[in-house]
Write a protein that binds this ligand. Structure first.
Ligand code: FAD
Length: 500
């Protein structure tokens, strides 16, 4: 049988992929997007598309028998996680020894599960991280474009100061200020107008109903409400969900052939198909794209791939911590799941930190301030290929998290001192105060200008591109999706004008 052939294939449907697919579609290029997760458009028996964080069910996680939430315990008790039926759920936690990585699964990738924080990085730091990218063009054109396309908005300051749902953020801001630190409002893709109507009881609740990490039923402009419908709307882009790209090879005529596994929502294998294409864009995320390229190089299928494939991976310096507050510092039992404030101490010469003031939307007063700190951790991990498992293995040792923890400590010790508060030691399963064994922000693995040229063209092969977070060498200093989107916009702009 003749195998299907499409001009362009985009692997994955996260930020890099979505921006790339839209621009390909607009340029008239027939494009097929292949996404291993499901399309999240049908309500379950409870009338909701996504399950809530407080009552997680099979929809929560990607083929797990138990949920694996970032906070694993409360008062050391295993109260947070639940046994669930394995299913093609929306959040995955991928384990690699001392590091585990959270990723979104579904049409929209990480945009389905994330906190929506839409931060444009400091220009000075961006220039340091990606010195070969024209920052003038990025800040003049592609960052504004990405912000517009993603529907980034900011909270109304007057409402923020009086609403119940950001009491937790105001309390933490007060604590930071008492230690002489600066906080900053953080833009978001969650519709703050919708959130205000939630608080008034006018619309179904999502951010104010503890929804985040297992999906938002309302209010969030995830990619399936922004870039992806626009891409499909060009008439040239088709998305196939529950299609997992296993491998790809290059034919003598330079075209690519993908081996694609089709699964159902219970994980049954429905079959394997081959799809041919001329232009192949890898947007499977830092973990997914790096694995695909590493497998291709190490199995000898694409031997000219650069040695740097599999290197330059980082956690964006992620570390999470909670502080126990005094009884008069009520954070509120209703906490918006979408963060709106950060403690910005990135100018600190020794320990730059940007710490998001995170919600702990447990539905009851816990007198706890939770933070996700983004630190400048110089440590980098690398991947090797495990032939027995036909999988990539991330090498990241526990000690590599140390710089992240030190930086977080340097920021939060003075906050504790100024407020007479202490760290919580009961949140992460053992007695540690700082959780550096997971990241929400995997970056790198196929670094721009190393594994690819300066526009994401994979070295050694024509018409093969990387479009996602794997291009960024391990750190952005802020939450990364705006950077990933803007970089993808920049790269596809160049590629469309030169390679098509
Ligand atoms: P992804 O968004 O990861 O998309 C990759 C897609 O490819 C996925 O849908 C995946 O299923 C699919 N895929 C992978 N392998 C294959 C394959 N072989 N075949 C087919 N499909 C495949 N960032 C922020 O900026 N702000 C935030 O507030 C924020 N909060 C976060 C909260 C959580 C809980 C998590 C997990 C992440 C958060 N992030 C946040 C990070 C952000 O979501 C990611 O940086 C971003 O999604 C990465 O974009 P990407 O294009 O690189 O890939």
């Amino acid at each position: 049988a003749e195998r299907p052939f499409v001009p362009a294939v985009v692997v994955g449907s996260g930020y890099g992929s979505a921006a790339t697919a839209l621009r390909l579609g607009e340029a008239g290029v027939s494009t097929l997007v292949l996404e291993m997760g499901r399309l999240w458009d049908r309500a379950g028996e409870d009338g909701a598309i996504f399950c809530s964080m407080l009552q997680p069910d099979h929809r929560a996680m990607w083929f797990k028998a138990r949920t694996e939430a970032p906070l694993s315990s409360l008062l050391w008790m295993d109260l947070v996680n639940r046994d669930i039926k394995p299913f093609a759920g929306v959040l995955d936690r991928v384990h690699h020894g001392d590091m585990s990585v959270y990723v979104g699964r579904g049409v929209g990738g990480g945009s389905l599960v994330n906190g929506g924080m839409a931060v444009t990085p400091r220009r000075g730091y961006f220039e340091e991280v990606l010195p070969r990218v024209d920052a003038g063009e990025m800040y003049g054109r592609f960052f504004p474009l990405a912000n517009r396309m993603l529907g980034v908005n900011t909270v109304d300051r007057t409402w923020f100061e009086e609403c119940e749902s950001y009491r937790y953020a105001r309390v933490s801001r007060g604590h930071a200020q008492r230690a002489g630190l600066r906080t900053t409002f953080v833009p978001n893709v969650y519709d703050f107008g919708y959130m205000r109507r939630e608080e008034r009881g006018e619309v179904p609740k999502s951010a104010l109903s503890s929804e985040v990490i297992y999906g938002n039923n309302h209010g969030k402009r995830s990619l399936d409400r922004s870039y992806l419908p626009a891409a499909v709307g060009t008439g040239n882009v088709t998305i196939q969900s529950l299609h997992r790209v296993r491998s790809f090879r290059q034919e003598p005529d330079g075209t690519y052939v993908l081996t694609v596994e089709r699964i159902d929502e219970l994980g049954n294998m429905l079959g394997t198909t081959e799809i041919g294409c001329r232009w192949l864009f890898l947007g499977a995320g830092s973990m997914g794209t790096t694995e695909l390229l590493l497998r291709a190089r190490e199995t000898g299928v694409l031997p000219r791939l650069d040695d740097s494939v599999g290197h330059g991976w980082g956690t964006n310096g992620n570390v999470m911590l909670g502080r126990a507050l005094h009884s008069w510092d009520r954070t509120g039992s209703v906490q918006s799941g979408m963060p709106a404030l950060g403690i910005d101490n990135w100018d600190d010469p020794v320990h730059p930190v940007f710490a998001e003031i995170a919600p702990l939307p447990a539905g009851l007063e816990l007198l706890t301030s939770l933070s996700l700190a983004i630190t400048r951790n110089p440590e980098r991990g690398s991947f090797s290929y495990d032939p027995a498992a036909d999988a990539a293995r991330l090498h990241w040792s526990a000690s590599q998290g140390k710089p992240s923890v030190e930086a977080a400590k340097a920021l939060f010790d003075p906050i504790n001192r100024a407020n007479g508060t202490v760290y919580r030691h009961d949140l992460f399963g053992d007695s540690r105060a700082f959780e550096d064994r997971f990241t929400y922000h995997p970056l790198g693995g196929c670094v721009l200008g190393e594994a690819t040229d300066d526009f994401g063209r994979v070295r050694g092969y024509r018409n093969l591109y990387v479009t996602d977070g794997s291009l960024i060498p391990g750190s952005t200093g802020v939450n990364p999706f705006v950077t990933i989107t803007a970089l993808a916009e920049r790269n596809i702009d160049r590629v469309l004008s030169e390679d098509f």
